[in-house]
Design a protein around this ligand. Structure first.
Ligand code: NAP
Length: 286
Protein backbone atom coordinates (compact mmCIF):
# COMPACT_ATOMS: atom_id res chain seq x y z
CA UNK A 1 0.00 0.00 0.00
CA UNK A 2 1.19 3.51 -0.70
CA UNK A 3 -0.47 6.11 1.48
CA UNK A 4 -2.57 8.99 0.21
CA UNK A 5 -1.12 12.36 1.15
CA UNK A 6 -3.02 14.51 3.63
CA UNK A 7 -2.23 17.74 1.83
CA UNK A 8 -2.11 20.50 4.43
CA UNK A 9 -1.10 23.09 1.84
CA UNK A 10 -4.20 22.50 -0.29
CA UNK A 11 -6.63 22.26 2.63
CA UNK A 12 -5.17 25.34 4.35
CA UNK A 13 -5.38 27.30 1.08
CA UNK A 14 -9.11 26.58 0.93
CA UNK A 15 -9.54 27.71 4.56
CA UNK A 16 -7.54 30.88 3.92
CA UNK A 17 -9.71 31.66 0.85
CA UNK A 18 -12.76 31.49 3.07
CA UNK A 19 -11.06 33.65 5.73
CA UNK A 20 -10.10 36.21 3.05
CA UNK A 21 -13.77 36.56 2.00
CA UNK A 22 -14.88 36.83 5.63
CA UNK A 23 -12.27 39.50 6.38
CA UNK A 24 -13.37 41.57 3.35
CA UNK A 25 -16.99 41.27 4.47
CA UNK A 26 -16.11 42.24 8.06
CA UNK A 27 -14.03 45.23 6.99
CA UNK A 28 -16.75 46.46 4.62
CA UNK A 29 -19.42 46.11 7.26
CA UNK A 30 -17.62 47.54 10.29
CA UNK A 31 -15.08 49.94 8.79
CA UNK A 32 -12.14 48.39 10.60
CA UNK A 33 -9.74 45.57 9.80
CA UNK A 34 -9.42 42.50 12.04
CA UNK A 35 -6.09 42.66 13.87
CA UNK A 36 -3.83 39.93 15.20
CA UNK A 37 -1.08 40.98 17.63
CA UNK A 38 1.97 38.72 17.63
CA UNK A 39 4.38 38.86 20.56
CA UNK A 40 7.90 37.55 20.13
CA UNK A 41 10.49 37.52 22.90
CA UNK A 42 14.16 37.08 22.07
CA UNK A 43 16.22 36.19 19.03
CA UNK A 44 15.41 32.57 18.24
CA UNK A 45 15.68 32.38 14.42
CA UNK A 46 12.99 29.68 14.07
CA UNK A 47 10.55 31.73 16.15
CA UNK A 48 11.28 34.81 14.01
CA UNK A 49 10.53 32.74 10.90
CA UNK A 50 7.23 31.45 12.35
CA UNK A 51 6.09 34.95 13.32
CA UNK A 52 7.05 36.34 9.91
CA UNK A 53 5.10 33.54 8.20
CA UNK A 54 2.05 34.37 10.32
CA UNK A 55 2.33 38.09 9.47
CA UNK A 56 2.63 37.23 5.75
CA UNK A 57 -0.49 35.08 5.90
CA UNK A 58 -2.35 37.89 7.69
CA UNK A 59 -1.43 40.24 4.84
CA UNK A 60 -2.58 37.66 2.28
CA UNK A 61 -6.06 37.46 3.80
CA UNK A 62 -6.33 41.24 4.36
CA UNK A 63 -5.87 41.18 8.15
CA UNK A 64 -3.66 43.55 10.10
CA UNK A 65 -0.84 42.08 12.11
CA UNK A 66 0.79 44.10 14.84
CA UNK A 67 4.23 42.72 15.63
CA UNK A 68 5.59 43.24 19.11
CA UNK A 69 9.22 42.19 19.48
CA UNK A 70 10.72 42.22 22.95
CA UNK A 71 14.25 41.81 24.19
CA UNK A 72 15.29 38.36 25.43
CA UNK A 73 16.34 39.93 28.76
CA UNK A 74 12.88 41.16 29.80
CA UNK A 75 11.27 39.54 32.84
CA UNK A 76 7.91 37.88 33.35
CA UNK A 77 6.34 41.03 34.80
CA UNK A 78 7.17 43.15 31.76
CA UNK A 79 5.85 40.53 29.36
CA UNK A 80 2.67 40.02 31.37
CA UNK A 81 2.14 43.80 31.46
CA UNK A 82 2.58 44.12 27.69
CA UNK A 83 0.14 41.28 27.01
CA UNK A 84 -2.43 42.76 29.42
CA UNK A 85 -2.25 46.02 27.45
CA UNK A 86 -3.03 44.11 24.26
CA UNK A 87 -5.85 42.27 26.00
CA UNK A 88 -7.40 45.65 26.90
CA UNK A 89 -6.71 47.28 23.51
CA UNK A 90 -9.99 47.74 21.59
CA UNK A 91 -8.11 47.63 18.26
CA UNK A 92 -6.72 44.14 18.87
CA UNK A 93 -8.91 41.11 18.13
CA UNK A 94 -6.47 38.24 18.65
CA UNK A 95 -3.17 37.72 20.49
CA UNK A 96 -0.46 35.18 19.77
CA UNK A 97 2.53 34.77 22.08
CA UNK A 98 5.16 32.84 20.15
CA UNK A 99 6.22 29.70 22.04
CA UNK A 100 8.78 29.08 23.49
CA UNK A 101 9.77 32.18 25.45
CA UNK A 102 13.26 32.34 27.04
CA UNK A 103 13.62 29.92 29.96
CA UNK A 104 13.77 32.55 32.73
CA UNK A 105 10.24 33.76 31.88
CA UNK A 106 7.14 32.12 33.35
CA UNK A 107 5.43 31.23 30.06
CA UNK A 108 2.24 30.07 31.77
CA UNK A 109 1.84 33.45 33.52
CA UNK A 110 2.32 35.18 30.16
CA UNK A 111 -0.25 32.95 28.43
CA UNK A 112 -2.75 33.62 31.22
CA UNK A 113 -2.44 37.38 30.62
CA UNK A 114 -4.19 36.84 27.27
CA UNK A 115 -7.90 37.67 27.45
CA UNK A 116 -9.58 34.31 26.64
CA UNK A 117 -11.81 36.19 24.16
CA UNK A 118 -8.62 37.04 22.21
CA UNK A 119 -6.89 33.68 22.73
CA UNK A 120 -6.90 32.73 19.05
CA UNK A 121 -3.94 30.36 19.54
CA UNK A 122 -5.86 28.49 22.26
CA UNK A 123 -3.19 28.57 24.97
CA UNK A 124 -5.00 29.78 28.09
CA UNK A 125 -6.39 27.52 30.79
CA UNK A 126 -9.85 28.87 29.97
CA UNK A 127 -9.57 27.75 26.33
CA UNK A 128 -8.17 24.39 27.40
CA UNK A 129 -11.05 23.83 29.83
CA UNK A 130 -13.68 24.74 27.22
CA UNK A 131 -12.02 22.34 24.80
CA UNK A 132 -11.82 19.57 27.42
CA UNK A 133 -15.53 19.98 28.19
CA UNK A 134 -16.28 20.15 24.45
CA UNK A 135 -17.88 23.57 24.95
CA UNK A 136 -16.44 25.53 22.03
CA UNK A 137 -13.83 28.18 22.81
CA UNK A 138 -10.67 28.58 20.79
CA UNK A 139 -8.73 25.45 20.01
CA UNK A 140 -5.04 25.16 20.41
CA UNK A 141 -4.04 26.01 16.81
CA UNK A 142 -2.03 22.92 15.83
CA UNK A 143 -4.52 20.40 17.28
CA UNK A 144 -7.37 22.38 15.71
CA UNK A 145 -5.53 22.23 12.38
CA UNK A 146 -4.98 18.48 12.70
CA UNK A 147 -8.71 17.92 13.28
CA UNK A 148 -9.59 20.13 10.28
CA UNK A 149 -7.19 18.11 8.11
CA UNK A 150 -8.71 14.77 9.22
CA UNK A 151 -12.17 16.16 8.51
CA UNK A 152 -11.19 17.45 5.08
CA UNK A 153 -10.39 13.85 4.10
CA UNK A 154 -13.42 12.40 5.93
CA UNK A 155 -11.22 10.21 8.12
CA UNK A 156 -13.64 8.31 10.39
CA UNK A 157 -12.84 8.64 14.11
CA UNK A 158 -15.62 7.10 16.23
CA UNK A 159 -14.48 3.83 17.80
CA UNK A 160 -11.00 4.01 16.29
CA UNK A 161 -7.88 3.74 18.39
CA UNK A 162 -5.94 7.00 18.31
CA UNK A 163 -2.40 6.99 19.72
CA UNK A 164 -0.83 10.36 20.50
CA UNK A 165 2.93 10.45 21.05
CA UNK A 166 3.57 13.59 23.13
CA UNK A 167 1.61 15.30 25.91
CA UNK A 168 2.61 18.96 25.77
CA UNK A 169 -0.07 21.50 26.77
CA UNK A 170 -0.14 23.09 23.29
CA UNK A 171 -0.10 19.95 21.16
CA UNK A 172 -0.21 16.36 22.41
CA UNK A 173 -2.60 16.81 25.32
CA UNK A 174 -5.20 18.93 23.49
CA UNK A 175 -5.16 16.86 20.29
CA UNK A 176 -5.95 13.77 22.39
CA UNK A 177 -8.90 15.58 23.92
CA UNK A 178 -10.24 16.66 20.55
CA UNK A 179 -9.96 13.07 19.30
CA UNK A 180 -11.75 11.85 22.43
CA UNK A 181 -14.54 14.38 21.83
CA UNK A 182 -14.98 12.74 18.42
CA UNK A 183 -15.38 9.31 20.05
CA UNK A 184 -11.95 7.90 19.29
CA UNK A 185 -10.38 5.70 21.97
CA UNK A 186 -7.25 7.59 22.93
CA UNK A 187 -3.87 6.42 24.26
CA UNK A 188 -1.19 8.95 25.20
CA UNK A 189 2.52 8.07 24.97
CA UNK A 190 5.36 10.18 26.35
CA UNK A 191 9.03 9.96 27.25
CA UNK A 192 8.33 7.50 30.10
CA UNK A 193 6.11 5.17 28.06
CA UNK A 194 7.31 1.58 28.06
CA UNK A 195 7.05 -0.30 24.76
CA UNK A 196 6.44 2.66 22.45
CA UNK A 197 6.68 0.44 19.35
CA UNK A 198 3.86 -1.81 20.62
CA UNK A 199 1.62 1.18 21.45
CA UNK A 200 2.21 2.74 18.03
CA UNK A 201 1.48 -0.59 16.31
CA UNK A 202 -2.03 -0.53 17.85
CA UNK A 203 -2.89 2.85 16.31
CA UNK A 204 -5.63 3.24 13.71
CA UNK A 205 -4.82 6.94 13.88
CA UNK A 206 -1.34 8.00 14.98
CA UNK A 207 -0.43 11.56 15.96
CA UNK A 208 3.31 11.98 16.37
CA UNK A 209 4.07 15.10 18.42
CA UNK A 210 7.35 14.42 20.20
CA UNK A 211 9.80 16.62 18.31
CA UNK A 212 12.25 13.71 17.95
CA UNK A 213 13.19 13.27 14.28
CA UNK A 214 12.67 9.70 13.06
CA UNK A 215 11.49 8.43 16.48
CA UNK A 216 8.61 6.48 14.93
CA UNK A 217 9.90 3.67 12.71
CA UNK A 218 8.02 2.86 9.54
CA UNK A 219 7.78 -0.82 10.46
CA UNK A 220 5.82 0.05 13.64
CA UNK A 221 2.89 1.46 11.64
CA UNK A 222 -0.21 -0.73 11.49
CA UNK A 223 -1.14 -1.42 7.85
CA UNK A 224 -3.90 1.01 6.83
CA UNK A 225 -3.31 3.43 9.72
CA UNK A 226 -3.70 7.19 9.34
CA UNK A 227 -0.43 8.92 10.23
CA UNK A 228 -0.28 12.56 11.31
CA UNK A 229 3.26 13.80 11.83
CA UNK A 230 3.26 17.09 13.76
CA UNK A 231 6.98 16.88 14.56
CA UNK A 232 9.10 19.51 12.92
CA UNK A 233 12.85 19.80 13.26
CA UNK A 234 14.69 21.19 10.26
CA UNK A 235 12.11 19.88 7.76
CA UNK A 236 12.14 16.43 9.40
CA UNK A 237 9.20 14.90 11.20
CA UNK A 238 8.96 12.34 13.99
CA UNK A 239 8.00 9.53 11.60
CA UNK A 240 10.27 7.70 9.13
CA UNK A 241 8.28 8.95 6.20
CA UNK A 242 9.14 6.65 3.27
CA UNK A 243 8.77 3.40 5.23
CA UNK A 244 5.59 4.59 6.99
CA UNK A 245 4.03 5.66 3.68
CA UNK A 246 4.39 2.05 2.46
CA UNK A 247 2.05 0.87 5.25
CA UNK A 248 -0.28 3.79 6.06
CA UNK A 249 -3.55 4.59 4.26
CA UNK A 250 -3.03 8.34 4.74
CA UNK A 251 0.02 10.31 5.82
CA UNK A 252 1.02 13.95 6.26
CA UNK A 253 4.20 15.12 4.56
CA UNK A 254 6.73 17.21 6.48
CA UNK A 255 6.71 20.02 5.49
CA UNK A 256 3.32 20.64 3.89
CA UNK A 257 1.10 18.67 6.29
CA UNK A 258 0.36 19.96 9.77
CA UNK A 259 2.37 23.22 9.61
CA UNK A 260 0.17 25.13 7.13
CA UNK A 261 -2.95 23.93 8.96
CA UNK A 262 -1.73 25.58 12.18
CA UNK A 263 -1.56 29.03 10.59
CA UNK A 264 -4.89 28.58 8.79
CA UNK A 265 -6.55 27.63 12.10
CA UNK A 266 -5.00 30.65 13.83
CA UNK A 267 -6.40 33.04 11.21
CA UNK A 268 -9.81 31.33 11.07
CA UNK A 269 -10.02 31.78 14.84
CA UNK A 270 -8.92 35.43 14.55
CA UNK A 271 -11.78 36.39 12.23
CA UNK A 272 -14.15 34.56 14.57
CA UNK A 273 -12.69 36.53 17.53
CA UNK A 274 -13.09 39.77 15.57
CA UNK A 275 -16.78 39.08 15.00
CA UNK A 276 -17.38 38.25 18.67
CA UNK A 277 -15.34 41.29 19.68
CA UNK A 278 -17.36 43.54 17.38
CA UNK A 279 -20.59 42.28 18.92
CA UNK A 280 -19.28 43.10 22.40
CA UNK A 281 -18.15 46.57 21.25
CA UNK A 282 -21.60 47.32 19.86
CA UNK A 283 -23.36 45.99 22.96
CA UNK A 284 -21.15 48.05 25.30
CA UNK A 285 -21.84 51.34 23.41
CA UNK A 286 -24.81 53.00 25.20
P1 NAP B 1 7.47 19.50 23.76
O1 NAP B 1 6.78 20.51 24.61
O2 NAP B 1 8.94 19.35 23.82
O3 NAP B 1 6.79 18.09 24.05
C1 NAP B 1 7.30 16.89 23.49
C2 NAP B 1 6.51 15.72 24.00
O4 NAP B 1 7.05 14.56 23.41
C3 NAP B 1 6.58 15.55 25.51
O5 NAP B 1 5.32 15.22 26.02
C4 NAP B 1 7.59 14.41 25.69
O6 NAP B 1 7.31 13.58 26.80
C5 NAP B 1 7.35 13.60 24.43
N1 NAP B 1 8.55 12.85 24.07
C6 NAP B 1 9.82 13.30 23.97
N2 NAP B 1 10.66 12.29 23.65
C7 NAP B 1 9.91 11.19 23.56
C8 NAP B 1 10.20 9.83 23.29
N3 NAP B 1 11.45 9.42 23.04
N4 NAP B 1 9.18 8.94 23.28
C9 NAP B 1 7.91 9.36 23.51
N5 NAP B 1 7.57 10.63 23.79
C10 NAP B 1 8.56 11.53 23.82
O7 NAP B 1 7.16 19.76 22.22
P2 NAP B 1 5.84 20.39 21.49
O8 NAP B 1 5.86 21.86 21.64
O9 NAP B 1 4.64 19.61 21.87
O10 NAP B 1 6.24 20.07 19.98
C11 NAP B 1 6.42 18.74 19.51
C12 NAP B 1 6.83 18.78 18.06
O11 NAP B 1 5.81 19.39 17.29
C13 NAP B 1 8.09 19.62 17.77
O12 NAP B 1 8.80 19.02 16.71
C14 NAP B 1 7.54 20.95 17.31
O13 NAP B 1 8.44 21.63 16.44
C15 NAP B 1 6.34 20.48 16.55
N6 NAP B 1 5.30 21.51 16.41
C16 NAP B 1 4.85 21.73 15.18
C17 NAP B 1 3.87 22.69 14.99
C18 NAP B 1 3.37 22.93 13.62
O14 NAP B 1 2.65 23.87 13.40
N7 NAP B 1 3.73 22.10 12.67
C19 NAP B 1 3.36 23.41 16.06
C20 NAP B 1 3.82 23.12 17.35
C21 NAP B 1 4.81 22.18 17.52
P3 NAP B 1 7.38 14.10 28.33
O15 NAP B 1 6.11 14.86 28.56
O16 NAP B 1 7.45 12.86 29.13
O17 NAP B 1 8.60 14.97 28.43
Amino acid sequence: MTARILDGRAVSAAILDRVRREVAEFTGEHGRTPTLATVLVGDDPASHTYVRMKANRCAQVGMHSRRIELDAAIGTETLVGRIRELSADPDVDGILLQHPVPGHIDERAAFEAIDPAKDVDGVTRASFAMMAFDEGGFRSATPGGIMALLDAYDVPLPGRHAVVVGRSPILGRPVGMLLLARDATVTYCHSRTAGLADRVAEADVLVAAAGRPGLIRGEWIKPGAVVIDAGYAGNTGDVEYAAAAERASYITPVPGGVGPMTIATLLAQTIRAARDHQTRRVVSVP
